[in-house]
Design a protein around this ligand. Structure first.
Ligand code: SF4
Ligand code: SF4
Length: 475
């Protein structure tokens, strides 16, 4: 039975989510589609969810559809104007796609192309109206079509809102139904009582509702979602349950399973409907890379990077983000997706000033500064040339000076650094050395530079600290 026919039945439906790959390699996508075959009634294929650039929903949906997987293609208002939207929908129809999900699209500022401009030529209701027109044989400009697409169209409703905001959302839902929406997806649902109230409120519309279930990965993640994401309420007892659990991953799965059971009993009581298993369960499926790299980073840093949900607060606060090639949140994402080469060859890990601003801003308490440290160590161990070789050289010269005399003698440290880095030659060639001499003279006259080096009294103790650290490194 097709998804459209199933919607009219009283069956409890399960919809999975498969993210298209970031690239043209579809082997992982197919492997997971095969694993889901026969277990789900349909698969939603998001359109650049989170505003992360990847293969479009049209390509991936038709690719899966042609392999016997019933798909729901996402169409959003963010990326295309009315011409492109109509063309894509006609193309999808001839490629075998039978179901559409119409959304506004996630905000670009949370994605990986933050310079992109949103289009928003049509809003959700006008986009639904446009699809209705196409299905009646005409385009948005009133011209006739040669051949008509047949589609089952759904949209989104924020069932988690309350009070006046929920009333407005329900009015909007009614408009969407009039414009042609046959079913709805909601954001993450963790408040069963609230959802039951919502179902009662919209029961007269007689449309299937698919509440979304997100697998929570940490108490910090749950708290952040509950506080900052519109319409998402996660009860305090759920957050506490996760916070107190020794194995967060296991507990997150158990909480999601309990939620699904609760939703199922509600749906069986109230109406036809179903659950939609959120993409977080699947997100590792479409990316290839060095899996051991992620394990090694997690083990060495001891940080719960799986809890990261790409809010980009770390990057927004980073004082040197302007000079980075990967922003801190992109580093986390790249590690999660096993991108060893990308991370270890980045400029970012050397530009990071270890100021810990990101660490204090992270709602999931991820110590990103510590993670950067681990990545620098791993880069050094790889034996490859770092993106910014001067930075590790400067660290080495600095530490050697401390080890030798227990304190820094700026003149000899800089002499060593300039000679080793090749800057001395460069400065002689460009005449830059004259500015350095002027600056050095100023500092000397103010008593900030000493001509002769000296040793600190506790140099032996300092050397013991180095010996202990070096032994630890060998162990
Ligand atoms: S620790 Fe590094 S990444 Fe974090 S805010 Fe500071 S400079 Fe940026
Ligand atoms: S590391 Fe923390 S602050 Fe940065 S994107 Fe992830 S959750 Fe947000």
């Amino acid at each position: 039975m097709h998804f459209r026919e199933l919607l009219d039945s009283d069956q409890f439906l399960i919809i999975g989510v498969l993210e298209p790959p970031k690239g043209t390699d579809t082997s992982e996508l197919l492997r997971h589609a095969d694993a889901l075959r026969g277990r789900l009634q349909s698969v939603l294929v998001p359109e650049m969810r989170g505003a992360i650039m990847r293969m479009g929903s049209l390509g991936a949906s038709s690719f899966l559809q042609q392999r016997g997987i019933e798909t729901i293609m996402e169409v959003n208002c963010r990326d295309r104007n009315r011409l492109a939207l109509q063309a894509d929908i006609l193309s999808a129809s001839i490629l075998g796609v039978k179901n559409l999900f119409v959304s506004a699209g996630d905000e670009i500022k949370g994605g990986d192309h933050i310079e992109a401009k949103p289009v928003n030529d049509l809003n959700i209701v006008s986009l639904l109206g446009m699809i209705k027109k196409l299905q009646k044989g005409g385009d948005l400009a009133g011209n006739d079509l040669a051949g008509i697409p047949q589609l089952c169209v759904g949209s989104e409703v924020n069932a988690g809102l309350s009070g006046g905001a929920l009333e407005l959302e329900i009015q909007e839902m009614e408009k969407k139904i009039r414009a042609g929406a046959n079913y709805f997806f909601t954001p993450t649902m963790y408040d069963l009582k609230h959802f039951e109230g919502f179902l009662k409120r919209v029961a007269p519309f007689k449309v299937p509702i698919f509440p979304q279930v997100t697998i929570l990965k940490s108490a910090g993640m749950a708290r952040f979602m509950s506080r900052h994401m519109e319409g998402i309420t996660i009860p305090e007892e759920v957050i506490e349950r996760l916070g107190n659990a020794p194995d967060k991953k296991k507990e997150g799965n158990a909480i999601a399973a309990d939620m699904i059971k609760g939703l199922k009993s509600l749906c069986e009581l109230k109406c036809n409907g179903g659950k939609k298993v959120d993409r977080l369960e699947m997100e590792s499926v479409s990316f290839k890379g060095d899996r051991k790299f992620r394990e090694a980073v997690v083990e060495r840093a001891g940080e719960e990077i799986f809890a990261c949900y790409q809010c980009s607060k770390c990057s927004a606060g980073c004082p040197v983000a302007f000079a980075m090639d990967l922003l801190p949140h992109q580093v986390i994402r790249s590690v999660l997706f096993f991108k060893k080469e990308k991370v270890l060859s980045s400029r970012t890990i050397w530009i990071c000033a270890s100021c810990e601003t990101c660490t204090t801003r992270c709602p999931n308490e991820i110590d990103i500064a510590k993670l950067m440290d681990v990545l620098r160590q791993m880069q050094r161990e790889s034996g490859k040339k770092p993106h910014e070789p001067r930075v590790p050289l400067f660290h080495a010269v600095f530490l050697n000076a401390i080890k030798r005399s227990g304190r820094i003698h700026e003149l000899s440290m800089l002499r060593t650094y300039f000679l080793k880095s090749g800057d001395a030659r460069e400065k002689l060639k460009t005449g830059e050395w004259k500015n350095d001499v002027k600056l050095g003279l100023k500092m000397f006259l103010r008593g900030k530079l000493k001509v002769l080096p000296s040793r600190c009294e506790g140099v032996k103790e300092v050397r013991k600290i180095f010996a202990r650290a070096e032994k630890g490194k060998r162990a």
